[in-house]
Design a protein around this ligand. Sequence first.
Ligand code: HEC
Ligand code: HEC
Ligand code: HEC
Ligand code: HEC
Length: 109
Amino acid sequence: MKKIASIIAVVFTLMVITSGVYAAAKDTYEFKGGAVGKVTFNHKAHQDLGISCQKCHHKDEAGKEQNCSSCHNKDSKVKPKDAFHNSCKKCHEEGKKGPTKCGDCHKKK
Ligand code: HEC
Ligand code: HEC
Ligand code: HEC
Ligand code: HEC
């Protein structure tokens, strides 16, 4: 009986995970950024600033936020570079807060 109960528990856990109920953002993301160097994005810090999720996840329903790359890729009309620059950099410029110079976001090492 115990064995069956634990199998059920494992199956249930897997169902919950694969159904995406617990899909959560990582605290930080690292983007390759090409020759100019990689970009580290602190998701948690930005959330803690109180910026609304939909400000960045502009096409997603609340609770169903997905990676930008699921829509912005080499085949999309708006390429990742423009999506990120026109989201990240633009907000920093408009709000006069956060890095706006290339080397403040892109790090060679
Ligand atoms: C300042 C912009 C910004 C804000 C604000 C923001 N996010 Fe994100 N979020 C991102 C970026 C950028 C990624 C990573 C995208 C990628 O890798 O393409 C991400 C990733 C995620 C992911 C991971 C998706 C996956 O499939 O792995 C989830 C979930 C998420 N965010 C939820 C939220 C929620 C909920 C909020 C609000 C409480 C929020 N985000 C606020 C920019 C933001
Ligand atoms: C479900 C698909 C989808 C997702 C996910 C998505 N986008 Fe977009 N995005 C689009 C489409 C389509 C456009 C083209 C213009 C429009 O229809 O609004 C666009 C346009 C944009 C623009 C304006 C483009 C410009 O040239 O100024 C920015 C900025 C942007 N996206 C940033 C992001 C960021 C950052 C993320 C992730 C946090 C993200 N997008 C996630 C579909 C998506
Ligand atoms: C809607 C506004 C907004 C968007 C969009 C946004 N940021 Fe920011 N970001 C801020 C603000 C405000 C600060 C300044 C926080 C402070 O100085 O207290 C900041 C700070 C930063 C910093 C320096 C502090 C830290 O967290 O390391 C980096 C790096 C950064 N942002 C990268 C990004 C990247 C990369 C993206 C896009 C994926 C992005 N930001 C999108 C508002 C934004
Ligand atoms: C606010 C942060 C930020 C600033 C400032 C910024 N970038 Fe970016 N940039 C990004 C992010 C995030 C990406 C997406 C990286 C990825 O998809 O791997 C990107 C992508 C790029 C790419 C495309 C890389 C590739 O091969 O996919 C180039 C080129 C680039 N940036 C050049 C620049 C230059 C030049 C400047 C200064 C004029 C600059 N960036 C300023 C955040 C920034």
